[in-house]
Design a protein around this ligand. Sequence first.
Ligand code: VGL
Ligand code: ZN
Length: 217
Amino acid sequence: MSAALAAEKVKIAGDSVLIVVDVQNCFLPGGSLAVKDGDKVVPVINRLAKNFANVVMTQDWHTAGHVSFASSHAGKKPFETVDLAYGKQVLWPDHCVQGSDGASLSKDLSIPHAQLVIRKGFHKDVDSYSAFTEADGKTSTGLAGYLKARKMKRVFVTGLATDFCVAWTATDARKAGFETYVIEDACRGIDTQGSLAKAWKDMAKAGVKKIQSGDVG
Ligand code: VGL
Ligand code: ZN
């Protein structure tokens, strides 16, 4: 890191919360929707988490036969899209089915002090990349209310996948009024049809700040 940047460390305070997005077996090597190098985020997140008094984790938590699964749409394959009532939906391999092994958080996460695990995507006909608002753009998960009740002001987002659940969570955190950082080296992306570059562009436009784990102190 440059000397200029080192002087500008982003301070973690009592009103800062680390959000660990979807570090679940399905998104890790060997999982049904494995993110390339997804496991590499785990040691980085474990290290970061030691510096945060406040940690929230999320869990993608779908019904069997969920609308986001390609298998629920005749003739469709994973990574194709369909138009649903709430907009365009990317279709995925079956993943993170409630109560399944694939839906479990990685056993290598070491964050015993995490205070809340928020589950999302549990309505059969609506996806939820964001930990704040479902893909219909209006159904709240309750996370913004929780964080506000806990007097949180700064949100640091990490986890999987950069271009979907991390990006949507970070953008919605900004919309809810939180100062929002995404820690790039604590995330990995899926990158389908240019989604990773687009996600970073959209996040920047929303006022989300991109930093590295070494910038936090
Ligand atoms: C995710 C695709 C489908 C994610 C979840 O965690 O980024 N991506 N469901
Ligand atoms: Zn999902």
